[in-house]
Design a protein around this ligand. Structure first.
Ligand SMILES: [Zn+2]
Length: 274
């Protein structure tokens, strides 16, 4: 018998739901966009409950949910980019199927590492650059999630003292300068595709993008200095434009890190995407 599982990504601007078979193949998927400033927990889980109702006849073994924040078992402890702080999943999702909740960047890291990279690396960082910035760390072949599950929250590493205010309540956080939301704000353009298209034709957009890549390199250099990983993988919505910025990002990181003597940065984009 084939085992069917459901993977759900509750993101900053959308819910993505995938029905997955034994081999990891997505056999059905649905993505619903929303506005994070007006969405409520009830609205978010209504999307999920509607999908589960539509697929009532399917024998689902487990449901995995990735959230942009910190969780304990099926309880979402804290998210700063969505109104999901102190939310018990079973209060909203009406099912008897076992549910597992975890940080979205950790979910992305486990998937990419297990399916693509495990054979090659044991010290590994995957950084998701999207609405915010998150990271998952594999150290000595194991996911490192810290004491409370909040390790890898590099989006909230301060790179500018007294800098821009962040949704987490502090100032100068990395994601205020280097997330896709920041890039859209800096270029005053809503679509990533348009930003990269314009950057090849418009000097001022090209300059803004250049500064943005520098911002990105500051946080990435800190990760290398901290963990000395064998490979840095970029995930999230920025990843699909990797060929437009990876080599520049790599040279900026290399000129910024402590060990420029024996460290050779291996940087690439994630293969598993939506
Ligand atoms: Zn922050």
């Amino acid at each position: 018998m084939i085992n069917i599982n459901i993977g759900i990504d509750i993101g900053g601007n959308h819910v993505g739901i995938g029905v997955v078979d034994d081999s990891g193949e997505i056999i059905k998927k649905k993505i619903i966009d929303y506005n994070r400033d007006t969405i409520t927990p009830t609205d978010i889980f209504k999307i999920i409950n509607t999908f589960l109702n539509e697929n009532k006849g399917v024998d689902i073994e487990t449901i995995g949910i990735g959230i942009p924040g910190i969780s304990t078992e099926t309880h979402i402890d804290y998210t700063c980019n969505l109104p999901l702080t102190d939310v018990e999943i079973y209060d909203y999702v009406k099912t008897r199927v076992p549910i597992y909740v975890s940080n979205d960047a950790n979910c992305a890291t486990i998937a990419e590492y297990e399916v693509i990279d495990k054979k090659f690396y044991s010290n590994y960082a995957l950084v998701t650059v999207g609405t915010g910035i998150g990271a998952g760390l594999i150290l000595n072949g194991q996911l490192y999630s810290g004491t409370t599950g909040s390790a890898g929250e590099i989006g909230h590493m301060v790179i500018e003292k007294d800098g821009l205010p962040c949704r987490c309540g502090r100032r100068g956080c990395f994601e205020q300068y280097a997330s896709v939301s920041a890039l859209k704000r800096l270029t005053e353009t809503d679509e990533l595709e348009e930003i990269f298209y314009l950057s090849e034709r418009n000097m001022s957009i090209q300059n803004v993008l250049g500064e943005y890549i520098k911002n990105l390199s500051v946080g990435m250099s800190n990760i290398i200095n901290m963990y000395d990983v064998e490979v840095l993988v970029i995930g999230g919505s920025l990843a699909q434009y990797g060929d437009k910025f990876l080599s520049k990002l790599k040279s900026l990181i290399m000129s910024n890190i402590y060990n420029q003597y024996t460290y050779d940065l291996n940087i690439k984009t994630a293969k598993l995407r939506k």
